[in-house]
Design a protein around this ligand. Sequence first.
Ligand code: WQD
Length: 339
Amino acid sequence: MAILLTGAAGFIGSHTAVELLNAGKEIVVADNLSNAEETAVENIRKITGKDFPFYKADIMDENAMDRVFEEQDIQSVIHFAGYKAVGESVEKPIMYYENNLGTTISLLKSMRKFGCSRIIFSSSATVYGDRNPIPYREDMQTGIGITNPYGWTKYMIERILTDAAAADPDLSVVLLRYFNPIGAHESGLIGEKPNGIPNNLMPYITQTAAGIREKLTIFGNDYPTEDGTCERDFIHVVDLAKGHLAACEYADEHKGTEIFNLGTGHPVSVLELVNAFIRANGVDVPYTFGPRREGDLPAYYADATKAKEVLGWEAEKTIEDMCRDSWRWECHCRSLSEE
Ligand code: WQD
């Protein structure tokens, strides 16, 4: 019996594949490589020394997914595949709704056809919108003040999966709400690979340290926070990956829908992260303060108690680990591009 990972050539999927294999689980990977490279799949094999079937397939293609279920003995699915760039989602909303909702629906149909009844979904803290008090708890109302189509797709998919589980007593749904995943595997072989100019903070920091970007602009230093810059719950991607292992085991034992925040429960400011990066790696990151970025919330972080109490999972790695591992990955990418 195997766990199917959609989108596992991507940032969070590839790290989860490694943790599942290290824990002795069997996996099957499906990815259309639209925003990832096949080397990530090879590197999952290299890190773990284990093999697994890889399907280069579009998750929206129901026939292709049926073939995966036909050929493999799939017990549960972790659904990572999806578009994830907030800004792009504002420019191309239809593409985001079609792909993110379409992949989920075609997956649910194939699962039903082949009697697979467990699904773990990559959701996001963005579903908490902009009205909830911090820290965010899983029982808070979602969907108020979501500011972009990317966030709405996460909200809508949570709804689709919850309704599916309400209608099918056999179905087990686990919604994982990620906070701000950064870091990389300590081998330096897998990590986050943004296309073009990075939107997210850590890839921008590493590319600035590497000299690819001239300097980092910190968006806003007049927020009502301790140092005036935004605060986020940065979580090491390997900790996040381990949360999926715990969620899979939970889904094996429970029916219905359950929601877990995957965060550290501790806010760290943008400026603190930049300084931690400089300290941890002994490299310079030139930065300047600029105006606030539209749509940014001053501060948010997880209440991480539920995952600890119910899943027995909590984040273990430090900000220094996140900074060191992100930099190792950037250096690995640079060394490859210079070859
Ligand atoms: C973090 C902080 C920026 C870049 C988004 C999505 C979320 C998830 C992760 C996924 C903010 C500041 C950033 C820069 C900066 N989605 N910043 N200079 O916005 O918290 O969350 O990414 O794939 O759903 O909403 O993450 O990394 O973009 O920003 O000062 O060049 O860093 O203003 O305060 P965010 P981020």
